[in-house]
Structures are given as structure tokens and as C-alpha cells.
Write a protein that binds this ligand. Structure first.
Ligand code: LMR
Length: 332
């Protein structure tokens, strides 16, 4: 084979391969623990559509919902190892990673309303908190909303005394542990995907979550009573593997950041609707009695739970707690 033909074949092979490689989409594996029709599930699907459209297929987002790929604790390790590229855990799940500041979001009765919550999340304090993830090889992109939590059990929960001795499932957060102890309950940290069967088998007596999670996980089918307490908030931090993110072509990263912000607005927009719809569906199911706290009952819960702030501020970090409270007060 003469030299020119050889060089031509070689180059064709190289360009052929490069073209083939160049055309392969960049894959973002996005793992999460809720169903596709829960607020976070819908936001993930929305992001997928926007990201694939705005990058004209140069990026493919593969979503793995409902813990099919990784359960709660595993998913953070998988992200650090690069086995997946994107997650959106709740702020309650960063403690085991050694970042306790995010547990500030678990403090009972911290946010007087969603405006204050959004100011904290999308403002300088929220950005400051996301920066703390860098030390763990993670990059925080955004905060997605879910909502304020209800409590559930197989007996009515109207006054703090009603929690006495109940085994209540919590996310792996020290603040939530202290919250349940303050109510006289026994906190049981457990991964989300195990909660339904643990309730069904009576391993635990009750739990807390926004109505959208309670309903999409069918927990209301194994809980006779739900109390609309809005005693605490549950939301998400969207995070990526830093090495992966910094390794992206700049124009792709820009497009993904735009898609992420648009999705954040979408997530904040649907969260309240989804929770209202879920609570309504729980009521209509006839399987669960729904009780909304009276002002007197709510006052008793507040009196019992607000001391958790002072108890946990050292663990969370006084600077973080003060920064969040200053931001909440700023426009009140
Ligand atoms: C939970 O574990 O209760 C929630 O974090 C699940 C979720 O991600 O919404």
C-alpha cells in the first residue's frame, strides 16, 4: 500500500473516530429518590427537556427516579465518585457528608412564609451555603422547592403530648432528631425508599413530609391520621460532580445553567400546587383523616419546638443561623 493511501486511510480512520466521538452526547445521569410525578421528579423531567433542547442533543439527561439506581446515602457517594453526574437531595441529607450548615433549613418554624424562604435560598446566603460543597468535590447549582411538612401517624396528632413514645421516621438530620425528641417521640433515621414498608409493617409509627411526598409514596394508605402543621420546610439543593461540571465545554455549561435557572422557577411555581393537589387527594381517598392545627394547638407546638434552634445552633454554625435569620428579618 503506497504511503499516501496509508496516510489517507489513517486520517480517515482518525476523523471517522473523532466524528463518532464528537457526536456522542454528553450523558448526565440524574438519580433521585422520589417518584417522577412528585415535585422534584417533575422538575428533573423539565430540566431534561430544556437541557436536551437547548444543547441540540449534545447533552442527554438520563433520569433514575425512586431510588432505582441509588438510595439516599449511596447517591452522594456515587456523585463524588462520578458514577452519576447530578442529584437533588434535600438539605437534610448533607450532615453525613460533614456539611452541617444545610440543617439550618430543618429548624422548625424558621421561615414565616415562602417569600422569606426564597430570599434566603436564591440570595447571597443561599449562594454562600452552596459554596461550602466545593470542599467535597461537589458544585451546588440551585435550590428547588417542595414545601412545608405535615405529620402523620395512626393516631391523631393535635397536641405535642400526642407524640409521646411514637417511633417517627426522619431524614438523617440532627435537627430533625432533636425536633422529634422535643415532641416526646423516638426519632428513626431511615432512607426514603424504606419508609412505606416500615410504616406498613409497623416498624415505625409515623413520619413527616410535604403532602406531595406522602401521597406519591402512598404513605396515606398506611397512616390513619395526617396533621397539617407546616412545622418545617423540605427543599432540595441541585448538585453536580465538580470535575465533571468544570470539564464541560463552556458553551454547554452556559446552556445547562440557563436551563437550570428556568427549571428552578418552574419548580418553585409547581411546588405549592402539587402539595395542595396531593393534600386534597389524601382527603378524598377516605383512607386518612386530615386535621389542621388550631391556633392554640399551633402555639403549643411552637412553644415545644422553638427551643430546638438554640440547642442546635452550635452544630449548624452560629454564623449560618444568624445569616439566615438576618435575611429573614431584613424585609419583615
Ligand atoms: C425524604 O427522605 O423524606 C425526602 O427527602 C425525600 C425527597 O427527596 O423529597
Amino acid at each position: 500500500m503506497n504511503r499516501f493511501v496509508f496516510i489517507f486511510v489513517l486520517l480517515a480512520g482518525l476523523f471517522g473516530n473523532y466524528a463518532a466521538c464528537a457526536q456522542e452526547p454528553i450523558v448526565i445521569k440524574f438519580s433521585h429518590v422520589v417518584t417522577s410525578d412528585a415535585p422534584k421528579g417533575k422538575a428533573a423531567e423539565y430540566f431534561k427537556r430544556l437541557a436536551e433542547k437547548s444543547t441540540q442533543g449534545k447533552v442527554r439527561v438520563e433520569i433514575y427516579p425512586n431510588s432505582v439506581l441509588y438510595k439516599d446515602r449511596e447517591e452522594l457517594e456515587a456523585l463524588q465518585l462520578g458514577a452519576v453526574q447530578m442529584l437533588a437531595p434535600t438539605m437534610a441529607k448533607f450532615g453525613p457528608l460533614g456539611i452541617k450548615d444545610f440543617e439550618v433549613f430543618d429548624l422548625p418554624y424558621l421561615f414565616p412564609n415562602k417569600e422569606a424562604l426564597r430570599r434566603v435560598k436564591h440570595g447571597p446566603v443561599g449562594k454562600m451555603l452552596l459554596k461550602k460543597l466545593q470542599a467535597k468535590g461537589l458544585t451546588g447549582l440551585a435550590y428547588w422547592d417542595n414545601g412545608f411538612k405535615v405529620m402523620s401517624a395512626n393516631r391523631p396528632l393535635k397536641m405535642p403530648e400526642d407524640f409521646k413514645g411514637l417511633r417517627m421516621r426522619i431524614q438523617d438530620s440532627r435537627v430533625l432528631d432533636a425536633q422529634m425528641r422535643a415532641l416526646g417521640a423516638i426519632p428513626e433515621a431511615m432512607v426514603f425508599s424504606d419508609v412505606y414498608s416500615a410504616l406498613q409493617k409497623g416498624v415505625i409509627d409515623g413520619t413527616e413530609n410535604p403532602p406531595s411526598n406522602l401521597y406519591t409514596q402512598r404513605m396515606h394508605e398506611v397512616q390513619k391520621h395526617v396533621t397539617v402543621s407546616n412545622h418545617g420546610y423540605l427543599g432540595y439543593a441541585v448538585i453536580v460532580n465538580t470535575k465533571f461540571w468544570n470539564g464541560l465545554p463552556a458553551e454547554i455549561r452556559d446552556k445547562l445553567e440557563e436551563a437550570m435557572w428556568e427549571t428552578t422557577l418552574y419548580a418553585d411555581r409547581i411546588a405549592e400546587e402539587e402539595n395542595a393537589r396531593a393534600l386534597d387527594a389524601v382527603k378524598r381517598s377516605g383512607k386518612t383523616q386530615v386535621h389542621t392545627l388550631t391556633p392554640a394547638e399551633a402555639a403549643a407546638w411552637r412553644a415545644r419546638l422553638l427551643p430546638v434552634h438554640a440547642e442546635l445552633e452550635t452544630r449548624i454554625g452560629k454564623d449560618t443561623v444568624n445569616a439566615v435569620k438576618r435575611e429573614i428579618r431584613r424585609l419583615q
